[in-house]
Design a binder for this molecule. Structure first.
Ligand code: NAP
Length: 307
């Protein structure tokens, strides 16, 4: 039986990625949308998730594409109503709320899928397999992009819980937590807050991995021109370089992979599988590192940011 899905929050990512990915995935169909301002032709449209859940439109799952602040209440309502839930990244505004969701989903016997779209980039699993065979000396992440281009007019991203530059930075952390063969933990965090904003525009992080190796990450939202989403791993056997957000892999100077983007199609395929098998997939480790970055963060004021 096909999953009857409702999308909540018809914004940029829902339109850019979710709609096409659902269309391209077997075993799932979009039957409803809940969004305050947007509607979708040919699909039942509601103002919010409460209206959707209390309607006579039959759904058995929701995909939450709203900002992280406020998503907890939506997810709780859906799980309470016995619906399977797919969460955009980051899974929530706090760690305690996402753990509460995980516990409730288990109690209610529904699937909770906390997605990390960057983990679905083509180079991620091959890099994980390769690093399991190598001795890592250091890892350097550079995730630098132009906030004006990627988040035009999105106020929530600068508000508490919106994560600021960690909104893209958590994508890098989702990849690193997947490919590293050993755990790592934060030892230093410098956060750069525009004087007029409640979230950082840049962050500089130093982690230490088991065995003492350094993992560094530079996140910056002020980059214009070419954008940088790179992870460079120095291994005793030679350099392993993952670029373009995880879609390209170069090993020992030789390009191994250049793949087209299938991230969201992979996510929906996995969701259909999880629901079919009655399982959840909720790894919150990237959010743990972001929370640590705020806990340990040394704050620096930088010039005001205007949209
Ligand atoms: P967005 O363009 O602002 O869309 C979110 C939608 O959620 C809005 O259009 C809005 O639709 C609805 N919404 C409900 N409550 C809201 C509130 N309090 N404030 C603002 N909007 C609210 O954001 P987005 O870029 O799609 O991002 C949504 C989530 O996807 C985030 O967690 C983000 O990290 C993730 N994501 C984004 C991208 C990207 O490239 N943009 C990529 C990957 C993942 P209504 O006004 O109609 O209710």
């Amino acid at each position: 039986m096909s999953i009857r899905l409702g999308i909540v929050g018809l914004g940029k990512i829902a339109r850019d990625q979710h709609l096409g990915a659902i269309e391209a995935t077997g075993g799932i169909e979009l039957v409803a949308v809940a969004s305050r301002k947007a509607t979708l032709d040919g699909v039942a449209s509601f103002n919010d998730i409460q209206d959707l859940l209390s309607s006579d439109v039959e759904i058995n799952a929701v995909s939450l594409c709203t900002p992280p602040q406020g998503r907890f209440e939506q997810a709780m309502a859906a799980i309470e109503a016995g619906k399977h839930v797919m969460l955009e990244k980051p899974p929530g505004a706090t760690l305690s709320e996402v753990h509460a969701l995980e516990a409730l989903a288990k109690e209610k016997g529904v699937t909770l899928f906390s997605t990390w779209h960057s983990r679905e980039a083509a180079a991620v699993e091959p890099t994980r397999a390769l690093l399991a065979q190598r001795t890592i000396r250091s890892v350097a992440v550079e995730w630098k992009e132009d906030v004006r281009h990627w988040h035009p007019g999105q106020a929530w991203i600068w508000e508490p819980g919106g994560l600021g530059v960690f909104d893209p930075g958590i994508n890098a952390l989702s990849i690193v937590t997947r490919i590293m063969p050993v755990p790592f933990h934060l030892v230093r965090s410098d956060l750069f807050f525009p004087e007029n904003r409640a979230a950082p525009i840049a962050a500089s992080l130093v982690f230490e991995a088991v065995g003492g190796m350094a993992v560094t990450a530079e996140f910056d939202w002020r980059q214009t021109g070419p954008q940088t989403w790179d992870i460079r791993i120095d291994t005793e056997e030679g350099p392993v370089v993952v670029t373009h957000g995880g879609s390209r892999l170069t090993v020992d100077g030789e390009q191994r992979m250049v793949e087209e983007d299938r991230e969201y199609r992979n996510l929906y395929k996995h969701f259909v599988q999880l629901v079919g098998e009655g399982r959840s997939d909720a790894d919150f480790s990237p959010l743990v590192h972001v929370a640590d970055a705020f806990l340990l963060g040394r704050r620096h004021a930088v010039e005001p940011f205007e949209d």
